[in-house]
Design a protein around this ligand. Sequence first.
Ligand SMILES: [Zn+2]
Length: 174
Amino acid sequence: MDIAAHALWAGAGAIWARRHRQLDRRSAWLLVGMALAPDLVQLLPLLAWSVAGEGRLPMLLAYSLAAPGEVLPLPPWVQALTHHLHCVMHSALVAGAVTAVLALWLRRLWIPLLGWWSHVLIDVLTHSAEFFPSPVFYPLTYWGFDGLAWNTPWVMVPNYLLLGLTWWWVLRRR
Ligand SMILES: [Zn+2]
């Protein structure tokens, strides 16, 4: 799903949780940040290459909008790092391991991680076999569920209508 929709869904969830379970303000912002992180972390190698290397910032946009199979003129290290960071951040196995380690350490669930989980689960359903299937079981396999691609109008329009309704409901009942 697009990054704005990820933030809006997580934001609505955070507001709802703040009302019902006294989620503190800091955790609410962290939760939204964790929902954005999977699509931002992978851009860091591109950003480093643009700032300190020969890369150009418009390449960030080109990368974000690239179609499946489109080959961008990136150095191999940038290509490999962005690819693996994308997979790490979209894997339920990695998110599960981080959740378990933090839960053992803190002796409770670290709530902001739910933002990350929301991103992983939404992307599994909103990417198709032809449109960057989400590598939910990385590093075991690159296989991804053949869901409905989020960039098609019949997913995007209902999604934003539903978001509008959800935000109206959340803010109205505040
Ligand atoms: Zn994503």
